[in-house]
Design a protein around this ligand. Structure first.
Ligand code: ATP
Length: 280
């Protein structure tokens, strides 16, 4: 096998708690992470020509070594010790710098794809260990199921949620730097850290646990996020929350018809990226 076509899904956070700042500058987090059916498409090929080529063609996403997919390919190619190179073409459908983990997902997809193509036989644990050095959300995408993620995102445990929950994603087309958000976060002392349940039998159950500590940084800087939340609720969402460091907001809906109707209403704005999607 010389080439492979794969999808790289986006994620949302049903919950994101920032627990504490660590001496290394990172933050200890506790998140409920969910993959969704909005995907980049990657073609990954082994080439006779040495070196790594990544093309994406999306403004704001570098083509060369600055691309996280390039870095993933570089690590595995070097580990393989094989001659030749790798070519990666990315069709970017996931908004960039949007709190949807698009870069991390591309990275995880390249790690898994090249593990096969280069016949490396690395276990998922080994891929996850390599992945966390490249991006905090990479282990989650390799894990491949809904999870509670702790530490910087590398400690994962499974969570059960209803299948195929309908969502509407709304992104106001302003990129938000994750680093900026964490730099501006004012941590308040938490009284306790109640254990997050790992079983959610209904949409109602999920709505009771929703929360994102990073809204306190991103919303004051981008008030349009609060406006989007209000508009989603007005259009029938059961709940609406910012994902990751933002600015993308997701609304949770009872069914496909409700999600599509709301999506039509929100899209009337004309300036926002609006898409109905489902959880994976
Ligand atoms: P996170 O919440 O994990 O920080 P995000 O969804 O907010 O992720 P990404 O879309 O992953 O953000 O992109 C963050 C930055 O990474 C962008 O500024 C972009 O230039 C850079 N980047 C590098 N490679 C990629 C890639 N393959 N896809 C998207 N962005 C990439």
């Amino acid at each position: 096998m010389r080439s492979i076509e794969l999808t790289a899904p986006a994620k949302i956070n049903f919950r994101l708690d920032v627990l504490r700042r660590r001496p290394d500058g990172y933050h200890d987090l506790r998140m409920i992470m969910q993959r969704i059916d909005l995907c980049d498409r990657l073609s990954i090929a082994l080439t006779d020509e040495p070196g790594i080529r990544v093309t994406c063609g999306r403004e704001g996403v570098p083509d060369g070594p600055g691309n996280i997919a390039w870095r993933a390919a570089s690590v595995l190619l070097e580990l393989s010790g094989k001659p030749g190179g790798v070519g990666i073409d990315i069709v970017k459908n996931i908004p960039v710098a949007a709190g949807l983990g698009g870069g991390s997902s591309d990275c995880a997809t390249v790690l898994a794809g090249l593990n096969d193509l280069l016949e490396l036989g690395l276990s998922s644990e080994m891929l996850m260990e390599i992945g966390v050095g490249l991006g905090a959300d990479v282990p989650f995408f390799l894990y491949g199921q809904t999870a509670i993620a702790e530490g910087i995102g590398e400690r994962l445990s499974p969570v059960t949620v209803p299948a195929g929950i309908w969502l509407v994603l709304v992104n106001p087309n302003v990129p938000v730097s994750t680093a900026w958000v964490y730099q501006n976060l004012q941590l308040t002392k938490r009284d306790e850290e109640p254990i997050l349940p790992c079983f959610y039998g209904s949409i109602n159950d999920i709505c009771t646990v929703l929360g994102n500590d990073l809204e306190s940084v991103t919303i004051p800087r981008y008030p349009v996020i609060a406006e989007i939340k209000k508009r989603l609720l007005g259009a029938g969402a059961r709940a609406a929350l910012m994902s990751g460091s933002g600015p993308t907001v997701f609304g949770i809906f009872d069914d496909e018809a409700a999600a599509r109707a709301a999506s039509g209403i929100l899209a009337e704005n004309g300036q926002w990226f609006v898409v109905p999607t489902r959880t994976l």
